[in-house]
Design a protein around this ligand. Structure first.
Ligand code: NAD
Ligand code: UDP
Length: 312
């Protein structure tokens, strides 16, 4: 019998790549999404498979289905989207985790949580290891996302300790690639869209803040390996690319790779914007034999190709 896999947030950027990969591996995939930031276009090419099913549902409400594995990705990920309705963002992370953990408990399913490098906040330790507890503002404009995801991690580990459940908590660092929403405000999509349109590239702050960017295919490989790993590997496990770039360097790369005439403009830095971020992926390398293989130049080229094809 085919493995029945539930992907919440399956119509989003990462979710759509994950659904596609799971179908290719022979799974029976149920994609659950409320289409807040997800789009049918991301998954339309999967509709022809009889093993792909889509359900419009909000994970803050209980869900009764029978599955063997759950990937819990439902949650807006870009700052403009998660700050649009911050109360709903916290509910999605917290109530969504409770509902999906409850479902996993009843069905005995293994459950994966898409946590985030944001649990480290504006970090005082660099690079960030899983043992670092983070520096997060509990009452700022990013808190709905950061604290929501931190509380979801708490719930995962309490369900694991209290009910012996099989959990997999991944801390995902900035990921980019085809199917990113062109207007979701994340830095890679913003810079590429601006460069292709010949508009100014909007750098927030002085552009010296750093991020580490992982290409989506590499990340999905990490998800699958983690889900298939030994039961005692609960995580948290960092998944990301350890190459570190300033936003100014990223802008210059995008201008070069698109051949754009765009100029840089400097805008105020948003509240609590982390100054530096880079994963320590020693644990993923040792336990999953995983590390990214697509470097930033190559991944940006693939992403630029995608944005050239869609209507901007
Ligand atoms: P995305 O916004 O493209 O996808 C999120 C999906 O969840 C969308 O399809 C959206 O419609 C859906 N969703 C939101 N609220 C929902 C709800 N209440 N019920 C059902 N569906 C809901 O973002 P993404 O980049 O694909 O991120 C996926 C997951 O990975 C998120 O949980 C995010 O926090 C996590 N993550 C992503 C990154 C990254 O760089 N992309 C980094 C760290 C963590
Ligand atoms: N950023 C930027 N210009 C933009 C969008 C984002 O300089 O047009 C910066 C942002 O301030 C942050 C970094 O790029 O320092 C990454 O932002 P993103 O929203 O992609 O992700 P996150 O802050 O959640 O890592």
């Amino acid at each position: 019998m085919k493995k029945r896999v539930l992907v919440t947030g399956g119509a989003g950027f990462l979710g759509s790549h994950l659904c596609e990969r799971l179908l290719n591996e022979g799974a029976d995939v149920l994609c659950v999404d409320n289409f807040f930031t997800g789009r049918k276009e991301n998954i339309a090419h999967l509709f022809e498979s009889p093993y792909f099913e889509i359900m419009r549902h909000d994970v803050t409400f209980p869900l009764y289905v029978e599955v063997d594995e759950i990937y819990n990705l439902a949650c807006p990920a870009s700052p403009i989207h998660y700050q649009h309705d911050p109360v709903q963002t916290t509910k999605t992370s917290v109530h969504g985790a409770i509902n999906m953990l409850g479902l996993a408990k009843r069905t005995g399913a293994k459950i994966f949580q898409a946590s985030t490098s944001e649990v480290y906040g504006d970090p005082e330790e660099h690079p960030q290891r899983e043992s670092y507890w983070g520096k997060v503002n509990p009452i700022g404009t990013r808190s709905c996302y950061d604290e929501g995801k931190r509380c979801a991690e708490t719930l995962f580990f309490d369900y694991h300790r209290q009910h012996g459940m099989n959990i997999k908590v991944a801390r995902i660092f900035n990921t980019y690639g085809p199917r990113m929403n062109p207007d979701d405000g994340r830095v890679v999509s913003n810079f590429i869209v601006q460069a292709l349109k010949g508009e100014d590239i909007t750098i927030y702050g002085d552009g010296s803040q750093t991020r580490s960017f992982c290409y989506v295919e590499d990340l999905i490989e990490g998800f699958i390996r983690f889900m298939n790993s030994e039961n005692d590997l609960t995580g948290p496990v960092n998944l990301g690319n350890s190459g570190e770039f300033s936003m100014k360097e990223l802008a210059e790369k995008v201008i070069k790779l698109t051949g754009s005439t765009s100029k840089l403009t400097f805008n105020p830095l948003p509240q609590d914007d982390p100054l530096q971020r880079k994963p320590d992926i020693t644990l993923a390398k040792a336990k999953l034999g995983w590390e990214p293989v697509i470097d930033l130049d190559k991944g940006l080229q693939k992403t630029i190709q995608y944005f050239k094809k869609i209507e901007l």
